[in-house]
Design a protein around this ligand. Structure first.
Ligand code: ADP
Ligand code: MG
Length: 238
């Protein structure tokens, strides 16, 4: 198996308004293999989004380093902020920045099709529903053809059908061989999809292993509601 991402001793500190230091990430090391689907859980403020930005190279760690096999595609939590153009297809085209319009349009349409939005290609992006906006944000990243994708809180503000459609896209991408990382505190919606589970707590990696084993542990001590069902049922899908 080949490595997709290797994080070695990642630390990140900030200076707080009162001048005191805050260590937001503390000595985090792990490896993610190509084709793995990893769920990273943790309460709000545990460091998930910050870790994502460091993995993708958008933030530099104070200490440690990240080795990545290729560029990482990020699907941000706030789909509205990620959508920049007036129509769905223009939004996907915007990220592509290709000179050849015909090839770019074909690529953009293929990405919209993967998320089931091809029929809405020319719809005004701001008239899309919350679930459609999330899928558009995913299409814009898919069009870039990245092998590794990180989804930051992909279920936030989504209803039951919206969650199911995100999970069906995620499942197809995994079957196509992509490496996928889902950052979430909503384990009941996705842990059943995971090959591996990691937990961040107060900036530390406190668990990195088998999802089923984690369910027998005291997740509540890490600020995570312990799901009651067996692992197979911990996924919302059709
Ligand atoms: N640019 C920044 N400046 C100062 N503190 C930050 C910055 N980015 C993140 N933090 C702090 O790092 C911690 C982790 O935040 P975050 O990664 O957003 O958590 P999560 O995504 O798990 O909710 C929080 O305490 C947050 O305030
Ligand atoms: Mg976050």
């Amino acid at each position: 198996m080949r490595l997709s991402i290797k994080a070695s001793g990642i630390c990140k500190s900030f200076t707080q308004p009162d001048g005191s230091p805050k260590q937001a990430l503390k000595d985090i090391s792990f490896e993610i293999m190509k084709g793995e689907l990893v769920v990273i859980g943790g309460e709000n403020g545990s460091g998930k989004s910050l870790l994502m930005k460091i993995l993708a190279g958008l933030e530099t760690p104070s200490e440690g380093k990240v080795d990545r096999d290729s560029e990482i595609g990020l699907v941000f939590q706030d789909a509205d902020a990620q959508i920049l153009a007036d129509t769905a297809i223009e939004d996907v085209l915007f990220g592509l920045r290709m000179k050849d319009r015909a090839t770019a349009r074909a690529k953009a349409l293929a990405a919209l099709e993967k998320v089931g939005l091809d029929a809405k290609a020319d719809s005004p992006s701001h008239f899309l529903s919350g679930g459609e906006k999330r899928r558009l944000a995913i299409a814009s990243i898919l069009a870039l053809g990245r092998d590794t994708l990180i989804f930051d809180e992909p279920y936030s503000n989504l209803d039951y059908p919206g969650v199911k459609s995100v999970n069906s896209i995620v499942t197809e991408l995994k079957e196509a061989g992509l490496t996928i990382i889902i950052l979430t505190h909503e384990l009941e919606k996705c842990l059943g999809l995971a090959d591996r589970f990691m937990v961040l707590h107060h900036g530390q990696l406190v668990y990195n292993g088998d999802p089923a084993t984690a369910l027998a542990m005291d997740l509540e001590a890490w600020g995570i509601r312990k799901p009651e069902s067996p692992l197979e049922t911990l996924v919302w899908r059709s």
